[in-house]
Design a protein. Structure first.
Length: 122
């Protein structure tokens, strides 16, 4: 195995651990009909107790060169707004901790995890 392939595999493994890797994000995207960026936010919310603004920004744009990243964090809020609208019909609510970030209540995380399990079993 080449060094480059080993490093790519390690990056994929770390992204999965953070909830922004393709195995989780793609399943969420397909199952919920959300964008790839929105699925990364949701995957990160599943893996953490709270998602800070900085972490959300990294989940969305960390894979882009700095010159291509938006200069406004409003992009995070825009993606969260659309994501919340998509999830409200499923009874899943992303909540704020004012000045700190966002979180999913445990029962809402359980709903999302059951969707992931259903998808993998199919």
């Amino acid at each position: 195995m080449s060094e480059l392939q080993r490093l790519r595999d390690r990056v994929a493994e770390l992204e999965d651990m953070l909830g922004i890797g393709p195995s989780v994000a793609d399943t969420l995207r397909i199952k919920l009909g959300i964008t790839g960026r929105q699925s990364k936010i949701l995957g990160a919310l599943l893996k953490r107790e709270m998602l800070s603004r900085e972490s959300a920004y990294f989940a969305l744009y960390g894979d882009l060169p700095e010159s291509e990243q938006p200069d406004s964090e409003k992009a995070v809020e825009k993606n969260l707004c659309f994501l919340r609208k998509r999830l409200e019909g499923r009874g899943i609510d992303i909540r704020n901790i004012w000045g700190k970030g966002w979180f999913l209540p445990p029962e809402h995380k359980a709903k999302l995890r059951s969707l992931l399990v259903e998808e993998r079993a199919a």
